[in-house]
Design a protein around this ligand. Structure first.
Ligand code: HEM
Length: 466
């Protein structure tokens, strides 16, 4: 009896303490003008619910509080906006004090000059420098031949093998961009670079606690090594008489001199290019392989497009700009993959001053999660939204509508959009014209908070014509 009384007492005590803590936290953030919503536990907020329930958490909160609500996720008081009109406004109005709000761990590891850490004139310079590296002319003349050459060799010898397509597309995204940036092939330098880069990426996604054996600490150490390797490369280039046709050469020579960067800025720019294109390109490629496997009719149509291109060329001829531009269905497959899998759930901003948005007052320093995921499943924009239907994108107006946020929007719209599409298209070209494949089965693909296959996505690959 006494034991039972103690247990009941403890349970009641815990309940009362929890209620008091939750109420205290709500009171702490109760400010006039804030949108409705809940703040969860002190310090941790609602992060656990957000990560565990994922999109359902967002949809439940929207059902209770409307399309704009407050929460406390990923360590910060945050306004979540699921309102397409407001999302558009936020993306278009950085100059009104709505700056990127990416976590400290990401900014420290990607460097002071990385594009997400700068704004105003500094952002203009870094962005201008980047855009000049990936203009349509440069993609046509310099980058596409490199991507073609890389994909041919990366995709050779897959016949009669079981491969983890997640691993292969990750290596592909990184090594292909290393080749575009500095002409580095799959050599010893890329073999030392790759593991450090993977540690760097993990570090950006971790809590900024700099203690030995944490991912953050390893990420910071990896950044140091990556910076050293890139610094050495720049020094070697300066000493050598050789000329190079790659992004590093353009960066070192300041393009047309409008965007002359210091060495530290060049290094951060290179890390930014590799980082931004890495997960987006690899995951979209992996998910395209998955969807094509599950939708034979789409695969047939895609293969028809690529075999048609091959028929016009000799086996050794690389893909050229006209081939790439003719890949209408491929582009549609890439958009449909990005939409249905939602490779990017949204983007983060923070307020630089108290601001009025949609009639609410958002305090200075709060994060805004411009959550764009749900727009991808809006039946008004995409009838039968859960079907994988690339044909819908053949109507090019879909790519131009006001709420097309797959590549972001406004002043920070993805500058690597065409480069990313060119890479994935070239990968798909060689993959579907050389091989057929079957999933081994049993692999799970998680859709939230990131799209990933925790144990890999294994496929058995065979020659297309055997
Ligand atoms: C399928 C591939 C890709 C997708 C879905 C994608 C998506 C996005 C999105 C949603 C943003 C907006 C971020 C924000 O507003 O905060 C963005 C920005 C950015 N992307 Fe991409 N991206 C892709 C490929 C690439 C590639 C290949 C590069 C390499 C150059 C790249 C470089 C960047 C950079 C540097 C930014 C920041 C721009 C700025 O802050 O001004 N992306 N991307």
């Amino acid at each position: 009896m006494a034991v039972l009384t103690v247990i009941i007492g403890v349970v009641l005590g815990v309940c009362m303490l929890s209620t008091a803590l939750l109420r205290w936290n709500e009171m702490k953030y109760r400010k006039k003008g804030l949108p409705p919503g809940t703040m969860g536990w002190p310090l941790f907020g609602e992060t656990t619910d957000f990560l565990k329930q994922g999109p359902s958490f967002m949809k439940n909160q929207r059902a209770r509080y409307g399309s704009v609500f407050k929460s406390h996720i990923l360590g910060c008081p945050t306004i979540v906006s699921m309102d397409p009109e407001l999302n558009r406004y936020i993306l278009m109005n950085e100059c009104k004090g709505l700056l990127p709000g990416y976590p400290q761990s990401m900014l420290e590891i990607l460097g002071k000059s990385n594009i997400a850490a700068v704004h105003g004139p500094a952002h203009k310079t870094m962005r201008g420098a980047l855009l000049s590296l990936v203009s349509p002319t440069i993609i046509r003349q310099q980058i596409l031949p490199k991507i073609d050459d890389f994909m041919r060799s990366h995709l050779s010898n897959w016949t009669n093998q079981v491969i983890d397509i997640q691993q292969k597309t990750k290596e592909m995204a990184l090594l292909s961009s290393l080749k575009q940036i500095s002409g580095i092939e799959s050599c010893s330098l890329s073999r030392t670079f790759m593991p450090e880069f993977f540690k760097l990426v993990l570090g950006t996604l971790s809590l900024p606690i700099n203690l030995p054996n944490t991912n953050y600490h390893r990420g910071l150490q990896a950044r140091k090594k990556v910076v050293r390797m890139l610094g050495d490369l720049i020094d070697e280039r300066r000493k050598s008489e050789e000329t190079h046709e790659d992004m590093l050469n353009l960066l070192m020579n300041g393009g047309d001199n409008r965007y002359k960067l210091r060495d530290e800025e060049i290094i951060d720019q290179i890390i930014t290019i590799m980082y931004s294109g890495y997960e987006t390109v690899s995951t979209t490629s992996m998910m395209a392989v998955k969807y094509l496997h599950d939708h034979p009719r789409v695969l047939e149509e895609l293969r028809k497009e690529h075999l048609g291109i091959r028929e016009r060329k000799r086996a050794e001829d690389p893909l050229d700009w006209d081939d790439y531009k003719s890949m209408k269905f491929t582009r549609a497959v890439i958009f449909e993959t990005s939409r249905l899998a939602t490779i990017v759930n949204g983007v983060l901003r923070k307020t630089m001053k108290d601001m009025e948005l949609n009639g609410f007052v958002i305090p200075k320093g709060w994060k805004i999660y411009v959550y764009t995921r749900e727009i991808n499943y809006d039946p008004c924009l995409y009838p039968d939204p859960y079907a994988f239907n690339p044909w819908r994108w053949l109507d090019r107006s879909l790519e131009a509508h006001n709420y097309f946020f797959i590549f972001g929007g406004g002043t920070r719209q993805c500058p690597g959009k065409e480069l990313g599409i060119a890479e994935i298209s070239t990968f798909l070209h060689y993959f579907v014209t050389k091989y057929r494949w079957e999933e081994m089965g049993g692999d799970k693909v998680m859709k939230f908070p990131r799209v990933e296959a925790p144990n890999g996505l294994h496929i058995r690959v065979s020659d297309l014509y055997t």
